[in-house]
Write a protein that binds this ligand. Sequence first.
Ligand SMILES: [Cu+2]
Length: 308
Amino acid sequence: MTDQGPAEPDRSTIRLALVVGGLVLAVLLGFGLGRLNDNGAVTGSPSLAAEHTDPPGVAPHNHGSATTTDQGAATEPGGLAVSSAGFTVVPLATEFAAGRPGQLRFQVRDAQRRPVTRFAIVHDKPMHLIVVRRDLTGYQHLHPTMAADGTWSVPLTLAQPGLWRAYADFTVVADNGAQTAVTLGTDLVAPGDYRPRPLPGPTTSTTVDGFTVGYEGTPQVGATVPLTFRVDGAGGAAPLERYLGAYGHLVALREGDLGYLHVHPETELVDGQIRFWLTTPGPGRYRLYLDFQVNAEVRTAEFTLTVP
Ligand SMILES: [Cu+2]
């Protein structure tokens, strides 16, 4: 371009060509950089994840978020999309016969459409699968097993007809060791006569299998606050056992879109009670599902929570 021959062309023409060429180059570069940023965000999360502050006693991770890369939007729920951060959940079949035992099989695929096979163990498991009907009934918390080709499978019964939501909550380990926590969601269907149940009214206490479960705490929009659960049996405080690396496992789902909230467990009991840190993304109604274990049996206590 700078090589100008003896028959010198009009300088203004050259200048114009340079300006246009520069613009084209700038646009192309912009595209390239944008793509690099997109790709970089998939695997470049550790620095962002490290900046994420966790409540005391909680190992740095971002459980339940759409991705670990959404640093600026850490309160946004996950589970709303089949694809996020370059990963896609692909169910092999989505239709189930209501009330009949079936098998859910799925893969997590990367941006190159290859099945992912390297997952980090988080809360004792490489994959947490939550299944709930769209009216927030029929909650199940399952742990599928993975075949060598990256296909996950787990026995699943959708007890009642309707549309159901399945959440795959996992952390991918990249070749360079970088970890990306993702919660993806996909719908399942059990054809039939769907009779949705209205969401029960808000409460902070409930009973399940003879246990009384109550909690204290006041979730606030955009804040991470402690929720402390107490479990009592016939003779007082129930002898809680470790379950999934803590003394309980809490899932919170938002009514309306079934967004899957951030929940951090405390790994040890606090005054004999189970404490979680919950981040509430906005006003609305939520359903809380507390899994706890006593005498080697896991039970689930459910609560409706209204956040003004
Ligand atoms: Cu789990």
